[in-house]
Design a protein around this ligand. Structure first.
Ligand code: KIV
Length: 273
């Protein structure tokens, strides 16, 4: 797939939410918030709404492509969507996912993939995995690539987990997640995202690492929160995870508007004479 030809990129305002501003926010105890977005119009609206960060998540495989999971998302898909979002959202931090199969083989593979996401406009890349990714996080961090480490329920491991299941429930699993988070942050990860783990565990990790933590389904004790756009806007059509909150019945509104337009054409009310 061809990447979109770079056009005039919006200037980034002085108050943009850089990585440093995120680190200061953790120090000051200021809560931050991210949402996913995958295209220009929604990324622009999120930026205008004052969101602190946008994740071009590989959840696009489910939310946008209609897949069962995120495994079929390619690096080309991620580059394509990152370019659209980066062009639309000059103020907030732009985070892009390294998709399944684009980084796990070795650190050099991860570097090539991550560099292409930074060239597409990302400020930071996110990769899934715990201890196995420590070497890669160190390699990328030493080579100008800021990394967010995603632990807990890592959807790219859905086959291994046997479904989208909450993680860190036993004492052993919780201890492993704490060790992993500390090792990833010490290797250079600039953020740690925790998905679907017990709230006290996420709060404990937030205290133990110096970098900002982001939670989804991990309680209120993290430095920042993230949700998937289609869950927030009620555009999913499928099941919304129990930990998400839907703020709009977007599917009903869109269906009604399209139905209204179709009806107007059929009864000759549109276009006007
Ligand atoms: O891909 C994604 O949208 C994510 C979030 C659920 C954190 O990884």
């Amino acid at each position: 797939m061809d990447a979109i030809a770079p056009r005039a990129e919006p200037a980034r305002p002085p108050d943009r939410k850089s990585l440093t501003s995120w680190e200061n926010a953790k120090r000051n105890g200021t809560r931050r918030v991210l949402i996913t977005a995958y295209d220009y119009p929604f990324a622009k609206l999120a930026d205008e709404a004052g969101i602190d960060g946008i994740l071009i998540g590989d959840s696009l495989g489910m939310a946008v492509q209609g897949g069962r999971d995120t495994l079929r998302v390619s690096l080309d898909h991620m580059i394509y969507h990152t370019e659209m979002v980066a062009r639309a959202a000059p103020t907030c931090l732009i985070m892009a996912d390294l998709p399944f199969g684009s980084f796990e083989a070795n650190p050099a593979q991860a570097f090539a993939s991550a560099a292409s996401l930074l060239k597409a406009g990302a400020d930071i890349v996110k990769l899934e995995g715990g201890a196995a990714m420590v070497e890669t996080v160190g390699f990328l961090s030493a080579r100008a690539i800021p990394v967010c480490a995603h632990i807990g329920l890592t959807p790219q491991h859905v086959r291994q987990f046997g479904g989208f299941k909450k993680q860190g429930k036993t004492d052993d699993a919780a201890a492993r997640l704490i060790t992993d988070a500390i090792a990833l942050a010490e290797a250079g990860a600039r953020m740690v995202l925790m998905e679907a783990i017990p709230a006290p565990l996420a709060a404990e990790i937030t205290k133990r690492v110096a970098v900002p933590t982001i939670g989804i389904g991990a309680g209120g004790g993290t430095d920042a929160q993230i949700l998937v756009l289609h869950d927030v806007l009620g555009l999913g059509g499928g099941t919304v995870p129990g930990f998400a909150r839907t703020y709009l019945d977007g599917a009903a509104l869109v269906r009604a508007a399209i139905g209204h337009y179709a009806e107007d054409v059929r009864i000759r009310a549109f276009p006007p004479d």
